[in-house]
Design a protein around this ligand. Structure first.
Ligand code: ZN
Length: 212
């Protein structure tokens, strides 16, 4: 998406940790001005000290939270695919997920568990969480996020099967409307071998087992 070009790179060092922010300057200015309006509409005074830099901070935060639009997840996988005979299930579990629901632009977050059964190729394990992140850092619904991760791995790696389970809490549910504070939404998507009960059961056993 060409309108998501990042042309500014900013590093900020804060007491020991380094925070890296990447954002588009023109977009930051534009989004900020809208947020100044929004603060006024909400009955706030955008000129009060605590809010002076808020529109700019929100503009940068939103760009960070949606930076997945700039990432090509299939490319991430292709960058680390290796020929290998291994044909047992590979499971990467407890991958942290931070995303934003597209209906309310409020966060949902939790964990993703991903598995695949190699069919000639394996992929560097660190790439799976990066694929999850690339799709999560966009405006999403949990159902589509789950399917997009599955389809990307299936189409790029062409394994014998892919399984994705995501468990998330949605702040749009917890903070407004029905206040079911601790409810967790679970979604799942499978291809190939995982259509078989036995294989799927094995995957579910592996992601629920506490091996460590
Ligand atoms: Zn929502």
């Amino acid at each position: 998406m060409e309108n998501h070009t990042i042309d500014t790179f900013e590093e900020e060092e804060n007491e020991g940790y380094i925070k890296i922010d990447r954002y588009n300057k023109a977009k930051t200015v534009s989004i900020s001005s809208h947020y100044t309006d929004i603060l006024t509409q909400l009955g706030e005074d955008p000129q009060r000290e605590g809010l002076l830099k808020t529109p700019e901070r929100v503009a940068k935060a939103l760009q960070f939270l949606t930076h997945g639009y700039d990432i090509n997840p299939a490319e991430i996988l292709r960058s680390a695919m290796f020929k290998e005979d291994y044909s047992q299930m590979v499971v990467v579990k407890d991958i942290e997920v931070y995303s934003m629901c597209e209906h309310h632009m409020l966060p949902f977050f939790g964990k993703a568990h991903v598995a695949y059964i190699p069919n000639g190729h394996i992929v560097g394990l660190s790439k799976i969480p990066r694929v999850v992140d690339a799709f999560a850092r966009r405006l999403q619904v949990q159902e589509r996020l789950t399917n997009e991760i599955r389809d990307c791995i299936q189409e790029t790696l062409e394994p014998a099967g892919v399984a994705v389970v995501i468990e998330c809490q949605h702040l749009c549910m917890a903070m407004r409307g029905i206040q079911k504070q601790n409810s967790v939404t679970t979604t799942s998507a499978f291809t190939g071998e995982f259509a078989k009960d036995k294989t799927r059961a094995e995957f579910l056993r592996l992601i629920t087992a506490r091996l460590h």
